[in-house]
Structures are given as C-alpha cells and as structure tokens.
Design a binder for this molecule. Sequence first.
Ligand code: PGA
Length: 257
Amino acid sequence: MRTIVAGNWKMNTDRASAAALVDALVKESVRFGAQAEVIIAPPFPFLAMAVEKCQGTPIRVAAQNCHQSEKGAHTGEVSAAMLKSIGVQACIVGHSERRHYFGEGDALIGEKVAALLAQGLTPLFCCGEQKEERESGRHFEVVTGQMKGALGPFSNAELERIIIAYEPVWAIGTGLTATKEQAQEMHAHIRALLHTHGASVAERVPILYGGSCNPTNAEDLFAQADVSGGLIGGASLVAEQFLELVRIASNVSSSRQ
Ligand code: PGA
C-alpha cells in the first residue's frame, strides 16, 4: 500500500497564497514517484483553482467538509454533488474541529460519508479521543464508538473506499504528538475493528495519523506497521515542509516493498 500524505489547510490562506502553495507543490510533483499519494484540502473558495492547477499531476484535491443532502434549502452549505462537479475527489469528514465547534455527531458524520460515497468521492473519516479520555484510559472505547457510530451501516465494498485518519485531539495543533507506540497501538486497534468486516477491508483501508505530524517526527510514525501516512495541518501550509513529508512517505513506502 502506498503511503498517503494529506494536507488539511483548515481556514488558512487567501487567493494569492493558496495559488502560490499549490504552484509550489505542482512544480515538485514530478518528483513524487509512485510510492506516495498526495492529497490537499484547501478552503472551499480555492478548490476549483486547486483542481485546475493539479490537473495532470498526481495530487488529488479534497474538501474539508460537505453537507449530507444532495441539494436544497441549506443556506451556506456545500453538497458532495457540487464538489464532484468541480473535480474534487475526496472530502474530510468528522474532523475533531467539526465535532467540537459545530456539534457534529457520529450519525451526522455517517450521513456525510454516505453522501460522498454516493457521488463516488473518497471520504477521509477522522476519529480520535480527547485528552481526558486518554488520561482516563477510555481512548480505545471512544474511537471504537466513533467508528461504529459513523461507519457501522456501510457494506464492505463501501468501507474499502474510505480513508481513516486517527487524530488524537490532544495532539492537534498543540505540538504534542502521539509517540510511535501510541499511534501504532491505536492504528492496530482500528485495523482490528476493520477486520471484523473481513480481511480485505482491513488490508485495503488506509489509516493515517494526524496531530502535530511534521518532518521531524514523520519517519518514525509513518514506519509503524499500521500507519499508512499522515493527515497534516500546520505543516501542510509550508510547501517545503509538506514536500519533505511527501519525500519521507515515499522513502518509507519504498523500504516496505
Ligand atoms: P496539525 O493538524 O498537524 O496542525 O496538528 C492536524 C489536523 O487537524 O488534521
């Protein structure tokens, strides 16, 4: 399996800096090689531009959120169908910032996953525990609940089209990273949950790590048996750092062959 590096730009950049960032990645993309898969998730207003600039390159463009309905009276929302119509190929769902600041729960997140799958888009489903949940030893239980709550109803064929990102909330944007052992044990847990749907689901679904992942700690994390790459926030906004992460991912993939 190739190693995936996905950049979540969150609510950052403007038209000029978004264009410059995409251009810098596109310029280097000939060097990505076949071993790393690269996804970027710019804010909504810059998606069409990013899709256009990434055409003919191996970079896939993702949105950061979508609405669960196909269309209708949902002022301010964006549907999976709209994203598809401009060439977006994937979409982040269930990010902890959406769960905590916008009150999104597992059932709603599951509906968004269904909307994306119906359009042929790849859902990038995030899960992860909060600091108190880890400190009280409930992290496995919390992640199990998020997985079952949102992904329970899907068939194996549908599950195989999803990318999972484990992002411990205490590590997001804090500079605190899960140790490689903490990441591996949770990824193995998620892999075991996927295994209950069959060996092929467990083998095919990539599980990314997210939370203060950067060029200093990425090699250790990406090299873990059940870590299939990273979902990168802060470090995805600096072209050199993101490109370095892609290079690290490529090397890790090649050494696994
Ligand atoms: P971070 O964000 O890399 O800035 O911690 C990761 C994310 O929220 O996806």
